[in-house]
Design a protein around this ligand. Structure first.
Ligand code: NTF
Length: 833
């Protein structure tokens, strides 16, 4: 109303003390110098780039916090329905550049830093990535919170504050991946605000007792303290600033005093260590379930702390508990947070004394679940024995839910015991296991996949029984998206400036469909030239990085062909490197005269392999060693360069993606749920070479089939082909002589002893689960078309590039987050003044 009473002290004095929100360059330099002096205890004589970064971040953070406060106060006053995104991974990358752009303060900071004797570029480069995620799933969460704030949706993230993020990747002299820890908090993190006042107690172990009417009591065991660290998430060109709350584990009462007094110092320290261990490290598996007890502890710790926080906030509204689902919606990012379902049940039934059936109504109106993979090896199943030990009360609740659930399945499909067995929350057999996906579906009101094809596969394969039971309306699609702020404006200033200059404003950054306006200019030679110049500029920037880090000179005039993503057999980096060897053999067989007609290529790979994924590591080793041979061969000089760039990260992606002419997204059909880097490359005007899989399909629909290079078998063929491989195998020599020659070349010892590569070659010769041999020839054909399109008509290529960018509007994460808000969360936007 504006007439509310000032809550404390003298209003004028308070207001005079508030920091100004429209800072000029002078305010900014003052603030930076102030932080250099009083936060870092340094001065002009002993400040370096890292220090300048820290002071700059602290200065920018002030603006974020002012907006953050305003946003949170508005939420508290207006009590909108709020959405919570529970994700074990937030792959944030760097923050400073993004914050300055979103605040609209980048230029002023640049000028200010210049006056203080620093370049903004060096300062930005001093920031260390926050790598609290593995790959697509974690980066998606980061894009979604960016869009939530930008679209002014009351959306918070909840995650874990790992002390060690994604490991650092080193490449040994023999080409193998080595892992080093990533102690990312060592230089302190200016973007987090420790909330030592915001805590939750989380219990593990002990015993559970059942009372009447489904209620229970859980006691004993060990309590761990969760402490909140808040990370402000600014929207673009709005005050709306949301939050990710990261939990950190601490021992409940310092040392275990009893053991301490008994003189058992070691044991005392051990207990305290074990509590803090919970948030020590991110599990480095992508699309793979490993079943580690500490991981289950992480999941429960995070779910319990987040729900207690959400419940406390809900109770502050003064609403009756039955209103909970009208105020709160919780999105489960994959099955990792599924424990939130029995945990909310436990809180409602055991603590709030809500009758069991009413509680289940509340729970099933609160949660929605996103599935991100159909790969069977990624499905989470926890041993019942582990639950018995760590979460005895939750086990009881799950058994009770399952009992009622299976009865209703029996009523709907009488006598279908196979169906019951498949749908049960418990998998029987050598040691019972809890199926987290089944529990997530049962406890959620909506379930979605992340691209059209993937959502259809979810409905017709892994969750078919549940579709039959609940009806198809519960199962939706929300195609993934990416934030155009980071993935074009921030990472590609050359192109972003050209687009803004051409369209006449920056509005496209918040309404990506406006890029369509570029089509008007696609045939304008001046515009085409500028477009090509932006790409050339980005390729030179990358070439410089490669020179500085690997000492290798690459020709920035060559075609840049890039495949960057986690190393996984289903993503088929193997297909790419086999194709490279084929290209190399072809070049070797040419006369010097013929070689002058070859389209020069630089083939770049980057990505991490899970430390326990032996075959993925072998594939890295092969790529590195093939690169060594080719790059040293005078016959290939100037026409083929192959490099593996170590330690792929968000920051490295920001350098690579704007520099691609073509990028590869070549998964076996039906295996890549969506992919999101495909969207990033296309948004930056790189063309796509891919299989008919995941979001590639929708990208082709948008940009036009004529602008993508598709190849390979389609999803429906995959099962049949695998069957043939098993029961009617055909030798590679017969199926693809080209591939046979490549495998033979590998086994010749050219890239190192054959015994090293034999296990890899055998995966293709025997079984070939990912259908390399089936897709190899059509892959080569597609590559040939890429070569021809690039060389024969460069102007046409530029036009394709312009058209691709112009038609990528659909893939903004703003569209995706608005779809969640409108179709799943039933939530409204809220303007912050
Ligand atoms: C990944 N899934 C998928 O493999 C990608 O295709 C997709 O783009 C991203 O999710 C985001 O939706 C996973 O990381 C996981 F964990 F589900 F396997």
């Amino acid at each position: 109303t504006g007439k509310e009473k000032w809550p404390r002290g003298d209003e004028e004095t308070w207001k005079a003390g508030l920091r100004s929100v429209d800072a000029d360059v002078n305010d900014i330099t003052k603030s930076i110098v102030h932080h250099i002096q009083t936060s870092l205890a340094r001065q002009a004589y002993n400040i370096d780039n890292l220090g300048a970064y820290q002071a700059t971040a602290l200065a920018a953070r002030e603006d974020l916090i002012i907006n953050w406060n305003q946003t949170q106060m508005t939420y508290t006053r207006k009590q909108p329905k709020r959405a919570y995104y529970l994700s074990l991974e937030f792959l944030m990358g760097r923050t400073l550049d993004n914050a300055l752009l979103n605040l609209g303060l980048k230029e002023k900071f640049e000028t200010g830093l210049d006056k203080l004797g620093f370049t903004l570029e060096d300062v930005l480069d001093s920031e260390r990535d926050a790598a609290l995620g593995n790959g697509g799933l974690g980066r998606l969460a980061a894009c979604y919170v960016d869009s939530g704030a930008t679209c002014e949706i009351p959306l918070w993230g909840y995650g874990l504050r790992y002390h060690y993020g994604m490991f650092q990747q080193l490449i040994a002299p023999d080409g193998s991946q080595l892992e080093a820890p990533d102690p990312w908090l060592d230089n302190s993190n200016p973007w987090e605000i420790p909330r030592l006042d915001v805590t939750a107690d989380v219990r593990f172990g002990g015993h559970a007792e059942k009372l009447d009417k489904g209620r229970g009591i859980w006691s004993g065991g060990q309590e761990v303290l969760a402490v909140a660290y808040d990370c402000p998430i600014p929207g673009s060109d709005t005050k709306s600033t949301n939050n990710i709350r990261f939990w950190s584990a601490r021992p409940r009462r310092g040392f275990d005093l009893q053991s301490f007094n008994a003189g058992d110092y070691d044991r005392a320290v051990e207990t305290s260590n074990s509590a803090a261990n919970i948030t020590n490290v991110l599990y480095p598996n992508d699309n793979h379930y490993a079943g580690k007890s500490l991981r289950l502890q992480q999941q429960y710790f995070w779910c319990a702390a987040s729900l207690s926080d959400i419940m406390r906030r809900f109770k502050n509204t003064g609403q009756p508990i039955s209103e909970f689902p009208n105020h709160v919606v919780i999105q489960l990012n994959d099955t990792h947070p599924t424990l939130a379902i029995p945990e909310l049940m436990r809180i409602l039934v055991d603590e709030e004394e809500v009758p069991w059936d009413d509680a289940w109504q509340i729970v099933t109106r609160t949660f929605a679940f996103t599935n991100h993979t159909v790969l069977p090896e990624a499905l989470e199943k926890w041993p019942v024995s582990l639950f018995q030990q760590l979460l005895p009360r939750h086990l009881q609740i799950i058994y009770d839910l399952n009992w009622t659930f299976l009865q209703s399945v029996e009523r709907k499909f009488p006598g279908d015991v196979d169906k019951m067995a498949r749908m049960s929350l418990i998998e029987e057999g050598h040691g019972q296991q809890i199926r987290m996906a089944n529990l997530a579906v049962l406890g959620s009101f909506k379930v979605n996949g992340v691209a059209e094809l993937h959502s259809e596969l979810v409905r017709t394969t892994i969750l078919k029984d549940f579709v039959d039971f609940f009806g198809v309306d519960k199962f939706r699609n929300v195609t993934n998206g990416i934030t155009p702020r980071r993935w074009l404006d921030q990472c590609n200033p050359a192109l972003s400036n050209l687009i803004t200059e051409t369209l006449g404003s920056r509005a496209w950054l918040k309404d990506l469909y406006l890029l369509k306006g570029l089509l008007e200019h696609e045939s304008d030679p001046t515009f085409q030239k500028k477009w090509a110049a932006a790409k050339a500029n980005n390729k030179e920037r990358l070439a410089k990085y490669i020179k500085n880090t690997l000492g290798v000179t690459v020709d920035s005039k060559a075609m840049f062909d890039i495949q960057v993503k986690r190393i996984h057999e289903y993503k088929r980096q193997s297909l790419n490197i086999l194709g490279v060897i084929h290209r190399y053999l072809t070049i070797k067989a040419m006369s010097p005269e013929e070689r002058t007609k070859v389209t020069p290529r630089v083939v770049l790979f980057a990505g991490k392999a899970a430390p326990g994924y032996w075959m993925a590591k072998l594939i890295i080793r092969l790529i590195v060693n093939v690169g060594k041979v080719i790059n040293a061969d005078p016959d290939a000089k100037g026409i083929l360069t192959v490099l593996f760039l170590p330690d792929y990260s968000v920051s490295l992606a920001e350098l690579l993606i704007p520099a691609s002419d073509i990028s590869e997204h070549i998964s076996t059909a039906g295996t890549e749920a969506s992919g999101t880097s495909n969207m990033k490359f296309c948004l930056n005007g790189g063309l796509l070479l891919g299989t008919v899989d995941g979001a590639n399909i929708e990208i082709a629909e948008e940009v036009g089939e004529e602008n993508v290079f598709f190849f390979g078998h389609l999803t429906p063929a995959v099962e049949e082909l695998r069957y043939q491989h098993r029961y009617h195998p055909m030798p590679v020599e017969k199926k693809s002589p080209a591939l046979a020659a490549v495998l033979e070349d590998i086994m010749s010892g050219r890239y190192g002893d054959a015994s090293i590569w034999e296990p890899f070659v055998n995966t293709i010769r025997q079984g070939d689960y990912y259908l390399i041999s089936d897709d190899f020839d059509s892959y080569l054909q597609a590559q040939k078309m890429v070569d021809e399109a690039y060389t024969k008509d460069p102007q046409q290529w530029i036009k394709k590039s312009i058209q691709t960018t112009a038609k990528m509007g659909k893939f903004s994460s703003d569209r995706a987050i608005m779809t969640y808000a409108e179709e799943i969360w039933n939530i409204e936007t809220l303007k912050i003044n």
